[in-house]
Design a protein around this ligand. Structure first.
Ligand SMILES: Nc1ncnc2c1ncn2[C@@H]1O[C@H](COP(=O)(O)OP(=O)(O)OP(=O)(O)O)[C@@H](O)[C@H]1O
Length: 621
């Protein structure tokens, strides 16, 4: 079974082991809270079904790879409401059970390490936490948002450094409080404690086994979950907290009022903040700003170009960055869908920040795990107000050329809220990108495999939606066939030949990750439509394979879901082909695909002979 091989291959010298033994497993991970990004019924299934039908079939006799025109019907999926299951390190979790429990008050940040791990209080954590808050308050003293352009952050290549640890800590506390007031949607469980690696997403050393999310097959009797109450939490005390701190502060209370510079933020001692307030905090803002203010920090408004669209977001090029604009918290349907809520947007931001932590240029040197294959999120902004005319113009230009499936931006209310994800420009998505030759095809496959292997080993990452619209490619302007990229896997520096291609994986809407303190995932069982795509359609079949693998236990760690997307990717390469594709190339790719089906994780796949001449190991990082 996949899990067995995953565990079996974990060792001190992962890379040698991979080379020698044909691969290891998904590696260890951390344990924390589980948050379900739960989807609700959709408003416009039919629209998507129609689109699916129209584009799915390439050839009647051949399985289709082709999703709907705008990449996939899952674009129309909604994430509406989340359940939360908290569990302590070492816990075996059981799906969907809500036992009765009493919870105690959450400790303050300064006590958390002690309370959770039995060690001394970690004052460093408290310090960084308050540094984050201080930084935030300094921002409030900064020039008014009206003079946004003068702020010393987020502009062009400047990257805002977020204290993920502090953000997660605050988010968790607030989340618990929110859950406590909103009914029995979450569990807290405790088993013997092992250290947690809060928010570092395995960039520090850990011994994989200690931090692994419990596997489902362990749950069925072998290791019955001991559900007890972690110290410091009771339902009643949580309710008290939320009452004390007005956790139900409505969004309207936080909206821009007449005074633009300072919005009152719930007191720090109260711990809990609304998701909207936390989102502002993550963005380093006291109040929302305007779309024009954000975009003019990156480019002149006249130069904005729309690059692509999804159900939730419109991607625009702004200078050297790409800004993905996602409306949220509004009542109106957008593209037939309910808008995302602040909480969902906040959790997506946390996921992006966790993946950012894997980047080689972020955080501590000598990381155990690093890779640059996930799109870099440079910043986030909360905006409110009319859709800027410069964006409307860019939207209409794109529509004239490609015919948008999205609603015209004039549907948005004048006081609509938006989150802007400021990302690196990853290039063109695979759907539109033409590979030149077999080496580029292998480079694509290798970089995706390597990125997944690192993230899967570091933080139990599973993308779960890696269709061709979610892989971006860029080719070096000056081709250098000897170009390499490096990644770190369990402390070993790996060098991979790229043949001048670089890939970026985007769109983590369906993804699952273990931040070290929390598991973020989407409960796909709430969306049966996802699994009803056309028979023979490669993408639809891939969702169904994931369902088989996970047995609908979506909170669990199943690195094999990464493998099925790699198999899908080989199919795409075989289908797209490239001019110089020979029958030998095709044969090699087909046998690679066959071998993939016996892999249990992306890390297993990395050991495949198809990559062997492209990979080398560097001296210890
Ligand atoms: N960082 C980026 N660099 C270049 N192009 C991008 C970038 N981000 C997004 N795009 C373009 O915009 C398109 C839509 O982006 P994305 O998939 O993130 O939107 P979405 O609304 O999250 O989609 P979904 O409906 O699947 O949730 C992509 O397929 C790609 O063409």
């Amino acid at each position: 079974m996949a899990m067995a091989s995953r565990e079996g291959a974990r060792g001190d010298d992962a890379w040698s082991e991979i080379l020698a033994s044909g691969g290891g497993g998904g590696g260890g991970a951390h344990i924390g809270a589980v948050y379900v990004r739960r989807r609700a019924q959709e408003a416009s299934r039919q629209r998507n079904a129609d689109a699916r039908v129209s584009l799915a079939a390439v050839d009647e006799n051949r399985p289709s790879f082709v999703p709907i025109r705008r990449n996939s019907w899952n674009r129309a999926l909604s994430i509406r409401g989340r359940e939360s299951i908290f569990f302590a390190p070492g816990t075996n979790i059981q799906p969907q059970q809500k036992p009765s429990r009493a919870l105690k008050r959450p400790p303050k940040p300064c006590n958390r390490e002690k309370n959770t791990h039995g060690g001394p209080p970690d004052l460093r954590k408290e310090k960084t936490y308050f540094e984050e808050v201080d930084a935030f308050e300094l921002m409030e003293e900064s020039p008014s948002p009206k003079n946004f352009g003068t702020w010393t952050r987020g502009i062009e290549q400047n990257i805002t450094v977020h204290d993920l640890s502090a953000i997660l800590e605050r988010w968790k506390i607030s989340k618990i409080a929110r859950c406590a007031t909103s009914g029995p949607l979450f569990d807290i469980m405790e088993t013997p404690l092992v250290p947690s690696v809060l928010s570092n997403c395995s960039t520090d050393k850990y011994s994989g086994e200690s931090f692994k999310t419990p596997e489902k097959d362990r749950i069925s009797g072998m290791h019955p979950t001991r559900r007890t109450i972690p110290s410091g939490y009771t339902i009643n005390s949580l309710k008290n907290i939320s009452a004390e701190t007005s956790i139900d502060t409505s969004f309207s209370e936080l909206k821009i009022k007449d005074e633009p510079t300072r919005t009152s933020i719930p007191s720090l001692s109260g711990e809990a903040l609304t998701a909207f307030a936390q989102l502002l905090m993550v963005c380093g803002q006291s109040v929302p700003t305007t779309l024009a203010d954000v975009f003019s920090a990156y480019c002149t408004l006249g130069s904005i170009v729309k690059l692509g669209e999804g159900t939730y977001g419109e991607a625009y090029r702004a200078g050297s960055t790409v800004c993905k604009v996602v409306p949220f918290d509004g009542d109106s349907l957008v593209n037939g869908e309910t808008q995302k809520k602040s909480e969902e947007v906040l959790e997506e931001a946390l996921l992006c920040l966790t993946l950012n932590n894997l980047r080689a240029d972020r955080g501590a040197k000598g990381k155990e795990y690093s890779c640059n294959g996930f799109i870099e999120t440079k910043d986030f902004w909360v905006c409110q107000g009319p859709y800027d005319p410069s964006l409307v113009r860019a939207w209409e230009d794109w529509d004239a050329k490609y015919v948008s499936e999205n609603d015209h931006p004039n549907v948005f209310a004048e006081d609509q809220c938006y989150i802007i994800f400021v990302q690196a420009d990853g290039g063109r998505d695979l759907e539109k990108f033409s590979l030149l030759d077999y080496n580029e095809a292998r480079s694509l496959l290798l970089q995706v495999t390597l990125s997944l292997a690192v993230a899967e080993s570091a933080c139990e990452f599973e993308h779960r939606d890696l269709h061709w619209g979610n892989i971006l490619l860029a080719r070096d302007e000056i081709p250098d066939k000897n170009r390499t990229m490096t990644a770190t896997l369990q402390g070993k520096r790996i060098c991979a030949r790229t043949f001048g291609l670089s890939i970026s994986i985007i769109d983590f809407t369906l993804s699952r990750i273990n931040t070290g303190d929390a598991i973020l995932f989407l409960d796909l069982s709430e969306d049966p439509e996802l699994f009803k795509g056309l028979k023979g359609n490669k993408q639809a079949e891939t969702y169904r394979k994931m369902k088989q693998i996970t047995k609908e236990y979506w909170e669990g760690s199943f690195p094999q879901t990464n493998v099925v997307w790699l198999i899908y990717l080989v199919d795409i390469v075989l289908q797209k082909k490239y001019e110089t594709c020979t029958s030998k190339d095709e044969r090699d790719l087909r046998s690679f695909k066959k071998r993939l089906s016996s892999c249990g994780s992306a890390r297993d796949c990395l050991a495949d002979p198809i990559f062997s001449d492209l990979l080398s190991e560097e001296e210890d990082a």
